[in-house]
Design a protein around this ligand. Structure first.
Ligand code: GLC
Length: 427
């Protein structure tokens, strides 16, 4: 054994003491991990949004980027949560997931009681499951019809208010642009991939034709009807005609890619595409407008699917105090305002709709207040823990129809049977 001199003993003791002090310091300064889907400038914006909280608390925030597809994200979350993963403290969650993931997150009702008074009650309600506040709203979402003002004007066309008009106008402008040498031009881009985004698009077509909400708020299955069939038949005429064949694999970012390079007359997308489309380097900057999605089949009310994202604290987090503090900050007015200005995402705090800076820089936000307030929720509340399965039956039936794999009538009849089977006696 090596003999340790008295002098060495002292310095070992000092160093050990120093290390303990340092460790205490480190344990006060936590690193909080946030899992979040990323689109557009998401990473850069995220850093800007969390910076004031980091500065104030001395903690750091680590972004764990997730796939842009909400469906893929949900699959990953389920695996992590089932494995009681303690590495992720906060999860950003889609508006539809609260009932399915409620047991995995802590109740935020008490710490957020004061803050939630400033949010739209319906949105707070959507994140409340049996009295438990599962997640705090970050932003809400309702899609728009984006249209190229310059192209419509050039070809003497109006902004369409029905899906039938959109189909005709898209074709005329697309063909004229192609004839004028723009061979890459398409009439309409949207989200046709087999995932949650197609459920949103499909719900909009059907509801705006007066064909119901697939599964109604009372849990009844309404999908197999003439209006829904007509809506789906019209949509099935688009791929290859006014939309690229590839639209059947498009999610939000693929649609935005075509649109933002200037190669589409119309796009269905969420408000995040507004700020990006008006970015300094965007070829369509200043050339487009937004309006509500069309109606169809003689029906007079358009439909936008209600979307939105929230922040939840994992019950497996070992740093819950700091995690709750970050969740409150992210759902609070400072972060929501930054998100509105940087990414044109719709706040859930009522007073931000009267904010002059937001209105001047991102006019879509005050313009969209009534749209999201009237937006159609997907049936995640009535179908409870079955929603993911229910939605995957919807998008499969829609995708099959759009791909020419069975007619709209056949696929919706089958969908009705599958949903009835899945429901059994009750959802
Ligand atoms: C948007 C919406 C979200 C929806 C998703 C579908 O991110 O906010 O609610 O599920 O799009 O792709």
């Amino acid at each position: 054994m090596t003999k340790i001199s008295n002098g060495m003993r002292t310095s070992v003791g000092v160093i050990a003491g120093l290390a303990l002090t340092l460790m205490a310091g480190i344990s006060n300064a936590a690193e909080i991990s946030v899992a979040s889907g990323i689109t557009g400038n998401g990473v850069e914006n995220f850093k800007k949004i969390v910076a004031p909280w980091e500065k104030e608390t001395g903690h750091t925030v680590k972004l764990v980027p997730m796939p842009a597809s909400t469906t893929d994200q949900f699959g990953q979350y389920r695996l992590w949560l089932a494995a009681a993963n303690a590495d992720i403290d906060l999860y950003s969650t889609d508006v539809i997931w609260a009932p399915q993931l409620a047991d995995q997150f802590i109740d935020l009702a008490e710490p957020a009681a004061e803050l939630m008074k400033s949010h739209f009650p319906s949105i707070v309600e959507s994140q409340t499951v049996n009295g438990k506040l599962v997640a705090l709203p970050l932003y809400t979402d309702a899609p728009a019809l984006y249209y190229r003002k310059d192209l419509l004007e050039k070809h003497g066309a109006e902004v369409p208010t029905t899906w039938e008009e959109l189909t005709t106008t898209a074709k005329i402008v697309q063909d004229k642009e192609r004839a004028a040498g723009n061979g890459d031009m398409w009439g309409f881009v949207w989200q046709g991939n087999a995932y949650e985004g197609l459920t949103c698009n499909g719900l909009e077509w059907i509801k705006s034709f007066g064909g119901g909400q697939i599964v109604e708020p009372d849990g009844s299955i309404s999908i197999n009807n003439e209006k829904a069939i007509a809506a789906l038949e019209l949509a099935a005429s688009w791929p290859g005609a006014i939309s690229p064949e590839g639209v059947l694999a498009y999610q939000e970012e693929e649609a935005r890619g075509v649109w933002q390079t200037g190669n589409a007359v119309f796009m269905r997308n969420w408000p995040y595409a507004y700020r990006l489309g008006n970015g300094e380097d965007s070829p369509v900057k200043g050339l487009f407008g937004v309006t509500t999605l069309p109606t169809g089949g003689g029906h007079d009310t358009s439909a936008a699917t209600l979307g939105g994202w929230n922040i939840a604290v994992s019950k497996y987090s070992t740093q819950q105090e700091a995690a709750v503090s970050l969740a409150l900050y992210l759902a609070g007015p400072e972060a929501q305002k930054k998100r509105a200005l940087l990414a044109s995402q719709l706040p859930t705090i009522v007073s931000l709709y009267d904010d002059a800076e937001i209105a001047a820089e991102q006019p879509i936000i005050p313009q969209w207040k009534d749209v999201f307030l009237q937006a159609v929720p997907r049936p995640s509340a009535p179908t409870k823990s079955s929603y993911n399965e229910v939605s995957s039956l919807f998008w499969s039936a829609f995708h099959d129809t759009l791909s020419g794999n069975g007619s709209a009538a056949e696929n919706l009849e089958l969908l009705e049977a599958e949903l009835t089977d899945l429901r059994g006696d009750s959802w």
